[in-house]
Design a protein around this ligand. Structure first.
Ligand code: ATP
Length: 138
C-alpha cells in the first residue's frame, strides 16, 4: 500500500479527510516525516507548518496550531487547534493578532493568560510565515 488514511480535525472543522502519500508534521523537536505503514505512535504537534503529498508530486502546506497526531494501522489522525491553507490566511488579521498578543505580553497577566497569549502569538507568527513564504515563492 503506497498511501495512508489521513484525517485532519481542527477545532471548528474537518480540514482534510482522504488518502495521503507522505507528510511532515511539526513536532517539539523538529519535523517528523510520515510514510505509509508508519509504526503506531502518538506525536505532540507544535505550532508550525505541515506538508502533505495527497496527489503524486503535489505538496500542500498547512499552518497548524498545536495538538497531537495518532498513527494506528496506517491511519493518521491529527487533532489540532487550527489548520489553514496558505491561500485562506488573512494576513491583516494575523498581523493584528500578533500585535494584540505582543501588547498583552507587555501587560501583567495570570500564568494562564500568559500561556494563552503565547500560543496566540505563535499561531499568528506561523500564519504570517506561511503567507509570506507563499508570497515570495520561497
Ligand atoms: P482572532 O481574535 O482573530 O479570532 P484567535 O487567536 O482567537 O484570533 P484562533 O483561535 O487562532 O484565532 O483561530 C480561530 C479560528 O479562526 C480558526 O478557525 C482559525 O483557523 C481561524 N483564523 C484565525 N486567524 C486566521 C487568519 N489570520 N486567517 C485565516 N483564518 C484564521
Amino acid at each position: 500500500m503506497d498511501t495512508f488514511g489521513l484525517k485532519i480535525i481542527a477545532s471548528d472543522k474537518v480540514f482534510y479527510d482522504g488518502r495521503c502519500r507522505k507528510m511532515t508534521v511539526p513536532a517539539a523537536d523538529g519535523e517528523i516525516g510520515i510514510l505509509p505503514n508508519h509504526e503506531n505512535m502518538v506525536i505532540a504537534i507544535a505550532v508550525g507548518i505541515g506538508r502533505m503529498e495527497a496527489e503524486p508530486g503535489k505538496w500542500q502546506e498547512v499552518a497548524l496550531g498545536g495538538g497531537f497526531a495518532e498513527i494506528v494501522n496506517n491511519r493518521v489522525t491529527l487533532i489540532v487547534d487550527t489548520a489553514e491553507r496558505p491561500e485562506d490566511i488573512d494576513v491583516r488579521r494575523a498581523q493584528e493578532q500578533r500585535e494584540r498578543a505582543q501588547e498583552q505580553l507587555r501587560q501583567k497577566q495570570s500564568i494562564q493568560e500568559y500561556y494563552h497569549t503565547q500560543a496566540s502569538l505563535a499561531r499568528a507568527m506561523n500564519r504570517l510565515k506561511l503567507a509570506q513564504d507563499k508570497k515570495w515563492n520561497l
